[in-house]
Design a protein around this ligand. Structure first.
Ligand code: SF4
Ligand code: SF4
Length: 165
């Protein structure tokens, strides 16, 4: 199960491409109301936190493609702005700390290797405030900004970091 879960995380961009394109086609051809999309974002937020942006959203897909073409440029900032302007990101970001599934650490097994923090854009940007394994710092997985890329869980060498209920 753990290996399968890591496989899914590793294929996140492919899944985002499939879900994002499908959602775009559904919205375009069937003119699905954006209220339904917001509803889906809230339900997924309650269960998984802010998964919509990096696993499902068509705009998120476009932004990731642009970011991959220009990894250190202004596109990254644009993406943050886009998320600031999106009600699904607002709501599901706030739900990160209350969702059913959360990023959790087993401190007994943790090797203190720090690989999780190195993968996380939140801990990398604010290392004095956020850490996935330093228990005196805030868990970035609970913060508004975490988009559940789950890279931190993927790199953990011994399964100390998990995404579970
Ligand atoms: S899922 Fe993990 S690596 Fe990704 S942003 Fe959230 S805490 Fe950081
Ligand atoms: S990657 Fe895993 S073992 Fe290493 S510090 Fe993070 S939680 Fe601990």
């Amino acid at each position: 199960m753990n290996k399968f879960f890591k496989f899914i995380i590793n294929k996140r961009f492919i899944l985002l491409s499939i879900f994002g394109t499908t959602l775009y086609l559904l919205i375009s051809y069937f003119q699905i109301s954006l209220w339904y999309i917001l509803g889906a974002g809230i339900v997924s937020g309650l269960i998984f936190g802010k998964v919509f942006c990096r696993w499902i959203c068509p705009v998120g897909l476009v932004m990731e493609i642009l970011m991959s073409l220009n990894p250190n440029g202004k596109v990254k900032q644009m993406y943050q702005y886009h998320k600031l302007g999106c009600p699904i990101a607002w709501v599901s970001g706030l739900l990160n700390r209350y969702s059913l599934f959360r990023i959790k650490i087993n401190t007994t097994n943790c090797l203190n290797c720090g690989l999780c923090d190195k993968q996380c854009y939140i801990s990398t940007l604010e290392p004095a405030k956020f850490s996935l394994y330093k228990i005196d710092l805030a868990n970035p997985g609970d913060s508004y900004t975490c988009s559940k890329c789950l890279k931190c869980v993927e790199v953990c060498p011994n399964g100390s970091l998990t995404f579970k209920t």
